[in-house]
Design a protein. Structure first.
Length: 156
């Protein structure tokens, strides 16, 4: 894949949704091409909030063509370290999306992940015993994930 850029967020100890959305908007402003947001964990919550936010202009939303969401966390948890990300929007996304969850993710129950996938109209995939779907999951280059991302890109 070409033209990949990572959005570097500040303050991972106490993330604030508004600041993170501003950084994401600035990064998208700098892009000249269409965008697919590929996100993990709290980045998924950011991406979904951003799509539904008044801070994302109509031009931004038209430029963002898809969301690839991996291991969406349950932002409603009492001890969740980023309370400004709650509640999670529960409306249908206006763009194509894929949501991938694990049946033993410590940050989100698989049933809640399925529910959000239904709310958002996302293509849903469940991985068995992959935890929070990160380097500890032992997926290596995660060819299956790359295939799902390529399929999303082909639909756009």
């Amino acid at each position: 894949m070409t033209n990949i850029e990572r959005v570097q967020q500040d303050n991972w100890d106490q993330p604030e949704l508004d600041f993170w959305m501003a950084r994401l908007s600035a990064q998208i402003d700098a892009c000249k091409d269409d965008v697919i947001l590929v996100a993990h964990s709290l980045g998924c919550a950011l991406a979904v909030h951003w799509i539904f936010s008044h801070k994302s202009s109509v031009l931004h939303v038209k430029q963002v063509k898809g969301l690839f969401l991996v291991a969406v966390p349950d932002v409603r948890q009492t001890l969740f370290p980023a309370p400004s990300f709650s509640p999670m929007p529960e409306m249908r996304l206006p763009i194509n999306s894929v949501l991938i969850a694990s049946d033993n993710d410590p940050w989100c129950d698989i049933e809640l992940s399925k529910y959000w996938g239904q709310c958002w109209g996302s293509e849903f995939h469940s991985l068995p015993k992959a935890g929070h779907i990160n380097s500890e999951s032992g997926l290596g280059n995660w060819e299956q994930g790359q295939m799902w991302l390529a399929q999303l890109m082909n639909r756009i």
